[in-house]
Design a protein. Sequence first.
Length: 201
Amino acid sequence: MSKKTSGMVFPGEYIAEIEEFEAGNNTFTLDGTIRSSVLGKKEYDFKRRTIKIDPINPQELPKIGDVVIGFVEMLFGSMISVKLFLVNNKPYTSGLSAIASARSGNNKGGWNRDRYNRKPRSTYRFGDIIRGQITSLMNSSIHITVDGTNFGLLYSLCLNCGGDTVKINNGVKCIECSSYEEKRVANDYGTSLFNNLNKRG
């Protein structure tokens, strides 16, 4: 295979050394390096030894400060990956994901800690739907925070039986089996999500 497309890069981001490839479309050289001049995906041509960037519509990338809603698609260590489907309450179909902390914070922004081992608790699971705010676009990644009363968990099924849950104090309780989980819950848990989904329909 003479060509290969790689991950997303931001304007000004390093993509290669000039000794390795020749700068192609939508790139520029700086101090012996090749950098992207647009938001897009890297395309390597190994036969011609060139690299170019295939542009992505700037509207597809959310901005710092945007409020996003998505579902937890992956957990890794103390972080989670969130597949976005609403940005500022509007449908979002670009397929991009964001990264957030998987640890539970209290309403004052601190950590909830177990009284014995003093370690922060993981508060999200695969499939949980959360709301956050974009804080950074560093290193080709969208980073969000879930701190604040308007952010955090919007909907989750019961871990024990898969039933619906309601907000109770600092967590959610299953209406079927009464199982309780401590979670970082948004102040409008459940209602806001369904309202947004109804607007999409």
